[in-house]
Design a binder for this molecule. Sequence first.
Ligand code: FUL
Length: 447
Amino acid sequence: MRHSFFTGFIVLLSVVIANAQPKPTPRQLAWQPLETTAFLHFTVNTFTDKEWGDGTESPAIFNPTKLDTRQWIKALKDAGFKMAIITAKHHDGFCLWPSKMTEHSVKNSPWKNGKGDVVKEVADACREFGLKFGVYLSPWDRHEPRYGTAAYNDYYKSQLRELLTNYGPVSEVWFDGAKGENAKDMTYDFAGYWALVRELQPNAVMFSDAGPDVRWVGNEAGNAGETCWSTINTEGLAPGVADSKYLNRGDAAGKQWVPAETDVSIRPGWFYHAAEDTKVRSGKNLVNLYYQSVGRNSLLLLNVPPNREGLFSEPDLASLKEFRSILDETFKTNLVVKQPKLTDKKLATFTTLSANQPLVIELGKEAEFDRISIQENIANGQRIASGRVEYWNGSNWQPIQTFTTVGYKRLLRFPAIKSTKLRLFINNANGPVELAEVGVYKASSRE
Ligand code: FUL
């Protein structure tokens, strides 16, 4: 009697604890399954061959004679990308839209005789091809004279307002933390910027080193932590003030749900440089980035910079195509049978697992495999801290691999194995595990 009362108490306690754990908001829950998203770095730097402009560039140099945003967005769509984020304004202060707040924009460039609007052309193409649309508006501005005074916060907010009211739905707003060493002092009103985004585009997620919705992964090399929690403690963090190791791994005890976004470029630089045409990442290299980001509970934000003509270049187009073709081949056939709830591609239908309770995964017949995909129902939080997978060799169970966090998705890679069945164990979890999906695959030989 006493025992069952005690057991009941423990069950109740774990339910209470699990319910108190951070969970994604609807906007974060809609963002996470996008998996592959794109960054578009394009501005005066494209024409000066620089990575950071200093704000003295003349608008006269901006003249992408063949600019075709439909070419960019169609290539991204074909490669499976679900969102594109344009650098509406980078650190040099030049605006890709005809902002009413400054003369330093496309309106004083020769492109379309000053009548063009790159932001609009990107938003329109995204709508046409069914991609979500996002904007990057650099807080650091090396051109605007008000920068360094409180009046700059009003300037920045007015620009945000233009971007968030004139271009339809915006799904992500990217707040860069960079500020050069010799930058003027400036106290950004991030609380005010964020409030404005919530007011004007309540469904948009906001990215920065510190969230509030999506956090930086802590490097620009395309590497989410081997352990990657979607939770962190944001106290003491701010855009530009971040402990990159902490952001890379997240924090099992974190009180806020702020998943990691992995931003990385297809080329060495963020902007287009002709000299880097031979240094474009291959399709195979991009697939590796997918495993290191999406496969570690993060999102891939891949930068593809348009060139001086205003087009994606041939090497970039070829790599994007190869990237998707390899991924499609690898993940075409899930070998798992007899597990409808775990193979229906729906996170909301899950199987509850407790620690050390084996889950046997039948393949129906002997098959060769070298990849495993595991997903949690993150709508109720992230719970798996570690686990292991084993295979049946005909007479006993043999280890395949151990892993730590899972969250939205964990991808395991290992040398090919032939077997009829596997089993999965959760070693440690911070609540009852809601196992949503399991996939077993044989990778493309091009990986
Ligand atoms: C950094 C910037 O300084 C780079 O130019 C680039 O925009 C990258 C995505 O973020 O902080």
